[in-house]
Design a protein around this ligand. Structure first.
Ligand SMILES: NCc1[nH]cc(CCC(=O)O)c1CC(=O)O
Length: 318
């Protein structure tokens, strides 16, 4: 029996995801893409919701609790334990080190990479009054904001998309920033009052891209998800994640990166590191062949480390 026939006759494909509305929307998107790609009915799929430490710890900034692995650890344990066959993640939340026995088997076509600005009484960052309060959980967004507007009162602001918007409505903050990708997936892009450009406000590595993780030896699932993988996104994410890998071992400073593969097979990467207060910034642009994405990412990482010098990290080191 070939693989398609086997999938059509045995077992359920079990998809693991976090329980936030955004995570559930992403899991539904993956299921829909797999149904279309393989002609499978929805009954072949089961979506298992898994609560992660990142979902439970809401009172502290993530950078204090221990960063990225927090949104993926419990889901990865379920994969390793065979409770689920594939995990759907926001690539932005993935650490660069994938646990032994697991692998990223697909990056899906990328959504909009940009950040959205959501003001309660104003439409843009420029229009915010002196000293206005802006909430964000992201060190990168906090730093980029303070770089543009050192007068702002930037505060840490956690929770899922809906709870952040509620805090904004209640007046706890005058504005917030969210990934446009998440708003689009939730069909909530109407709340954005401005969209920030990638040159002055580059996204987090991986922003806007869903990735699928599965067991390293599970060829059947790897083949299944290969049908919905996107090459250009894979190239961009390879470069951005290599840039991040080069940096995140040595610093906890804000990191931004945006890579794009072009039609002619070339690619560009814009990488940036900042001090948390936004006062200092180093950036690099590298262009090369898509097949060299990993090297380009690594070299870009070294560019900014070298430009920054050891003094840059004084006070911001791990
Ligand atoms: N850290 C939370 C998170 N992880 C991924 C997204 C957005 C969706 C994406 O980037 O794919 C968000 C929310 C946000 O930043 O607004």
């Amino acid at each position: 029996m070939d693989r398609e026939a086997r999938l059509a006759t045995d077992g359920i494909i079990r998809i693991g995801t976090r329980g936030s509305q955004l995570a559930l929307a992403q899991a539904s998107e993956v299921r829909a893409l797999l149904m279309v790609a393989h002609g499978l009915p929805s009954e072949r799929f089961e979506v298992t919701v898994i609560s992660t430490s990142g979902d439970r710890i809401l009172d502290r900034p993530l950078s204090e609790v221990g960063g990225k692995g927090l949104f993926t650890k419990e889901i990865e344990l379920a994969l390793l334990g065979g409770e689920i066959d594939l995990a759907v993640h926001s690539s932005k939340d993935m650490s660069t080190a994938i646990p032994e026995g697991l692998a990223i088997t697909a990056f899906l076509p990328r959504e909009d990479v940009r950040d959205a600005f959501i003001g309660r009484e104003v439409r843009t960052i420029d229009e915010l009054p002196h000293g206005a309060t802006v909430g964000s959980a992201s060190l990168r967004r906090q730093s980029l904001l303070m770089r543009l507007r050192p007068d702002l009162n930037v505060i840490t602001f956690r929770g899922n998309v809906q709870s952040r918007l509620r805090k904004l409505e209640e007046g706890q903050v005058d504005a917030t920033l969210l990934a446009l990708a998440g708003l689009n997936r939730l069909e909530m892009s109407h709340v954005a009052t401005d969209v920030l450009d990638v040159v002055s406000f580059p996204p987090a590595p991986g922003q806007g891209a869903i990735c699928i993780e599965s067991r390293a030896g599970d060829q059947e699932t790897a083949d299944l998800v290969a049908a919905i993988a996107d090459h250009r996104t894979t190239v961009a994410l390879t470069a951005e994640r290599a840039f991040l890998a080069e940096l995140d071992g040595s610093c906890r400073t804000p990191i931004a990166a945006h890579a794009e593969m072009h039609e002619d097979g070339s690619m560009t990467l814009h990488g940036m590191i900042l001090t948390p207060d936004g006062a200092q910034m180093h950036e690099t642009r590298r262009t090369g062949l898509a097949e060299d994405a990993e090297t380009i990412g690594r070299m870009a990482g070294r560019d900014v480390l070298e430009a920054a010098g050891p003094g840059f990290f004084a006070g911001w080191a791990k």
